[in-house]
Write a protein that binds this ligand. Structure first.
Ligand code: ZN
Length: 501
């Protein structure tokens, strides 16, 4: 007779097959599906999601987890039990009907959101969004929490995170970020990035981004890159990863969306083959996942050494740009400028965008803010934190896909990723020396393989907070991030260093 661990694995192989089908259908929905397919796709996803929920929450699965829990002896087996139990507990607390409604509603809401964003029409989208927040609230009540309703939701994306921790994280970032934004504006030498917009052919952008992504270490034999309105990374296993990017008038959008999604993709591709199809494969949490995408996007691809060796590729792809120097390019892509769109924001102002969303979703969950008043609250916060007011909801509260998908409690993981990317980079520096010596030589493999050893290969063996301790020797903190972006701003803006050399 096979062992309880084997039978548990077998059960989750089946669940993984359903998850892969849903993931691919979701990817297709945002890349190639004809518009007319929306209605049926929503029904299909709803049905698969219901089947998945039934299989996951069955008595048989519960018994298998208990049995395996008694038999688990190795670290891998214990992790398998820990992860499946967490998934089982979260799902058994949610009624199947609620899960199905959320799935059907999110497909409908996605379609409505696309239209509302296009037509700057928040009002017609508001009732659907309101129902989505109600579902989030109901889910939180079913999941349970001790201190704040938000705790139940943020924990779904970042195991162990709480409302209080998020609040403190943003609090620690606010003052130094605002000061740095002020210094660049008042004391810095202005940078010019106007040349990044206009006349950049889509074909050349596609070719360049594919080349760069491949150089960073993304394996195209086990992945591909397509286009989607809102770039994301999906796929079915370490051997089939789907990156998406988008080609806009502003050429840096595609370059950094591609580098970012490739960072997510390399994390997934680096998951051990022996974990494949099991629940401990792939990224452990959204915050850790985001740290990996941001590390490649910001610390590698936005660095001066990176462009010292790639500016020729850029100039060859876009002759009309007029032979840009690495120095000019580096300054242009690191401009600090309060702006409207989160995904286009620089590293320093970015967290203020996330803070806005965190406060708004907290207020809606607490019943302090009605969904219909969301645009006013949004605009007031942009004025307060960034000194700008969105001219339309399209460029304001309708810009993100998340809430239409029912992803409430998700946003703070972006800022966690920012902080962790710098913290992990520092840890890497103390082990292999300054990583920029490798970047300068085009040796990304030394960096990738360090990350693979420390993070990718760990899959979900340890909960995120424990992984951070193991890799960096300390809990998540804002210090390395603030130190790193300050140093970068001083270089880009010619500011006098505030720190002793
Ligand atoms: Zn990301």
């Amino acid at each position: 007779m096979s062992s309880s661990i084997d039978r548990l694995k077998q059960k989750f192989y089946d669940l993984d097959a359903l998850e892969s089908a849903m993931s691919l259908m979701g990817w297709d929905q945002q890349t190639f599906m004809p518009e007319g397919g929306n209605g049926d796709r929503a029904e299909h996803l709803g049905a698969l999601s219901r089947l998945h929920h039934e299989m996951l929450t069955s008595d048989e699965t519960g018994k298998l987890i208990d049995e395996a829990g008694r038999d688990a002896s190795t670290d891998v087996e214990k992790a398998l039990v820990r992860v499946t139990k967490r998934e089982f507990d979260q799902s058994t607390k949610l009624p199947a009907k609620l899960v199905e409604e959320r799935s059907i509603l999110s497909a409908k809401a996605h379609e409505e959101w696309v239209r509302a964003r296009k037509e700057n029409d928040f009002k017609s989208f508001a009732p659907t969004l309101e129902r989505m927040f109600e579902i989030a609230r109901e889910s939180a009540e079913h999941l349970g929490y001790t201190n704040h309703i938000y705790d139940a939701l943020v924990d779904l994306y970042e195991e162990g995170a709480t409302h209080e921790q998020c609040k403190q994280m943003f609090e620690s970032l606010k003052a130094p970020s605002i000061e740095l934004i002020r210094r660049t504006k008042e004391e810095g030498t202005p940078t010019d990035n106007s040349f990044l917009t206009g006349g950049y052919s889509v074909e050349a952008q596609k070719a360049l981004t594919e080349k760069l992504v491949q150089k960073l270490g993304f394996d195209f034999h086990r992945g591909r890159q397509d286009t989607a309105p809102h770039p994301f990374c999906g796929g079915t296993s370490r051997n089939d990863i789907r990156l998406t990017t988008r080609f806009l008038d502003d050429v840096k959008s595609a370059i950094f969306a591609s580098a970012h999604e490739a960072g997510h993709g390399m994390y997934e591709q680096g998951s051990p083959q022996e974990f494949t199809r099991t629940p401990i494969a792939g990224g452990v949490s959204l915050g850790i996942h985001e740290s990996q995408s941001l590390l490649w996007e910001n610390l590698v691809a936005r660095s001066k050494p990176f462009w010292d060796i790639h500016i020729d590729d850029f100039n060859a792809a876009f002759p009309h740009a007029g032979n840009v120097s690495a120095e000019t390019f580096y300054k242009a892509i690191n401009q600090v400028q309060p702006s409207l769109i989160r995904v286009e924001a620089d590293e320093v102002t970015y967290n203020m965008h996330v803070l806005t969303r965190f406060e708004i979703e907290s207020d809606i969950l607490e019943g302090k803010l009605a969904v219909r008043d969301l645009p006013d609250a949004w605009n007031a916060k942009y004025e307060e934190y960034l000194g700008i007011t969105p001219p339309s909801d399209t460029n304001g509260c309708l810009q993100d896909v998340h809430w239409s998908g029912g992803m409430v409690g998700y946003f703070p993981t972006y800022t966690m990723g920012k902080l962790l990317s710098y913290q992990i980079w520092e840890a890497m520096s103390s082990e292999i020396g300054d990583p920029y010596q490798y970047v300068a030589e085009g040796d990304f493999e030394t960096i990738r393989s360090w990350l693979e050893e420390k993070i990718y290969s760990q899959g979900k063996l340890y909960p995120p907070k424990e992984l951070v301790m193991r890799v960096t020797g300390k809990p998540m903190s804002h210090e390395d991030f603030i130190k790193g972006v300050t140093k970068k701003c001083e270089a880009v803006y010619g500011l006098a260093s505030a720190q002793p050399a």
